[in-house]
Design a protein around this ligand. Structure first.
Ligand code: DC
Length: 194
């Protein structure tokens, strides 16, 4: 079974997807980490990206920490707009998801990577709350994060290839004011219902 979790930056996807995978006993795939690693590569199309036991390897080099900087987020958003990069990473993602039960997070999981996913969730939250969460997590100023986030959201939403939008058949879940446990419980209900 595949549980697809899409949505904008800071909606809580990573925390929610990881906790949902743990609650259901499913594997977890963070496709954003793959775009972030690709953004650091000399050749993002041919880069060998491996996610294993919570580590991210780029051509054999451990980039787990490096991919989380704001600069790496910016570069990820730029390479993610290139069709040939998306094609290469989507192929890798489909190969990983071919076997087993997965919770997968990204922007185009329910629409492109796994359109047949049994459960599709589009997570959102108010822009200010998303920026506040990111700022707390990274120890940065909330206003700066909000400005960066607005730019990145705009680029992700308006790019020609796989723009960020709720996939057909997805359930929209606004996490503003909800605890992680509450969001996980709602997704687990959707899984049980199918
Ligand atoms: O979720 P994140 O912030 O780690 O994602 C980093 C960038 O990669 C973000 O700009 C959106 C892009 N991305 C994408 O285009 N498609 C995905 N499936 C996952 C991430």
């Amino acid at each position: 079974m595949i549980v697809a979790i899409d949505g904008p930056a800071g909606a809580g996807k990573s925390t929610v997807a990881r906790a949902t995978a743990r609650a259901l006993g499913f594997e977890y795939l963070d496709t954003g980490a793959m775009y972030r690693a690709a953004g650091l590569a000399d050749d993002p199309v041919r880069a060998r990206i491996r996610l294993s036991e919570g580590r991210v390897l780029l051509d054999g080099r451990d980039v787990t920490g490096e991919i989380r900087t704001p600069q790496a987020g910016e570069r990820a958003s730029v390479v993610a707009a290139r069709p040939e990069v998306r094609e290469a990473l989507v192929a890798q993602q489909r190969a990983v998801l071919a076997d087993g039960d997965w919770v997968v997070e990204g922007r185009d999981i329910g629409s492109v990577v796994a359109p047949d996913a049994e459960v599709k969730v589009f997570l959102t939250a108010a822009a200010e709350e998303r920026a506040r969460r990111r700022a707390d997590e990274l120890g940065l100023d909330a206003r700066t994060v909000l400005a960066d986030q607005t730019l990145r959201d705009e680029r992700d939403r308006t790019r020609d290839v796989s723009p960020l939008a709720p996939a057909p058949g997805s359930v929209e879940l606004d996490t503003t004011g909800l605890s992680i446990d509450e969001v996980v419980a709602r997704i687990a209900d959707l899984v049980r219902a199918c």
